[in-house]
Design a protein around this ligand. Structure first.
Ligand code: AMP
Length: 222
């Protein structure tokens, strides 16, 4: 199954992705993670994108499209299905994704849209913490690591992303709404959009999603 996860930062895409990875074995492809990796390795791309990411603005389309094209056409693991998290964020990215997938004859199955409200997002992202090594997500109130700032799973440092502060979260939400409306309309017109309530907790969202997959005859032949 090939999915796109849409929704503002903090709507729960990362948590849903972790559940889908475990439940359906889908590979999780996050352009935010890929870009942070480029920054960590201090590649030419990493140096170019840093200023945009730190301000909460979108990185120019060509950087993310290049990363995604390489991933989808050369990484064998994606052949069994994947979900794209944080991509596409603009109409141009959505069109280029269809072009790339058309060339390898692997069309998308669904675009899942996690809708969420600003107060919920600020509460979630303000308290969000991430493992620097394995990417496990924590929340200072709802899901703190057992030992402060130490990942339960791998023992590496658990940190707060520089762009998870309230001012940058508001900018990211504005940027998201401005650009991504057209992406939502794009998938709606293709009949691939499925809306999910991102303010609900992740188990409820997952149950609704499994029902959607179950009712789709394409995934229900056996
Ligand atoms: P995320 O981890 O998805 O919240 O992404 C973190 C930051 O990376 C965003 O605020 C953007 O600056 C950048 N970014 C990630 N994905 C994209 C994308 N598809 N297009 C443009 N910028 C992106």
């Amino acid at each position: 199954m090939r999915l796109v996860l849409l929704g503002p930062p903090g709507a729960g895409k990362g948590t849903l992705a972790a559940l889908l990875k475990e439940g359906l074995g889908l590979v999780h492809i996050s352009t935010g993670d890929m870009l942070r990796e480029e920054m960590k390795k201090e590649t030419a791309t990493g140096r170019e994108v840093k200023k945009f990411i730190e301000k909460g603005e979108l990185v120019p389309d060509e950087f993310v499209i290049r990363l995604i094209e390489k991933k989808l056409t050369s990484d064998k693991r994606v052949g069994h299905g994947y979900m794209l998290d944080g991509f596409p964020r603009t109409r141009k990215q959505a069109e280029d994704l269809d072009r790339i997938l058309g060339q390898i004859r692997q069309p998308l199955d669904y675009a899942l849209y996690m809708e969420s409200t600003l107060p919920v997002i600020i509460q979630r992202l303000g308290g969000r913490r991430v493992c620097r090594n394995c990417g496990t997500l924590y929340h200072i109130r709802n899901k703190p690591p057992k030992k402060e700032k130490v990942c339960d799973l791998c023992g590496a440092e658990v940190y707060q992303r520089a762009d998870d502060n309230e001012a940058t979260i508001r900018t990211r939400m504005d940027v998201y709404l401005k650009n991504t409306r057209s992406v939502i309309d794009y998938y709606n017109a293709q009949g691939k959009l499925k809306k999910l309530d991102g303010d609900k907790d992740s188990e409820e969202v997952q149950a609704v999603l499994m029902q959607i997959f179950h009712e789709d005859h394409k995934f229900n032949k056996h």
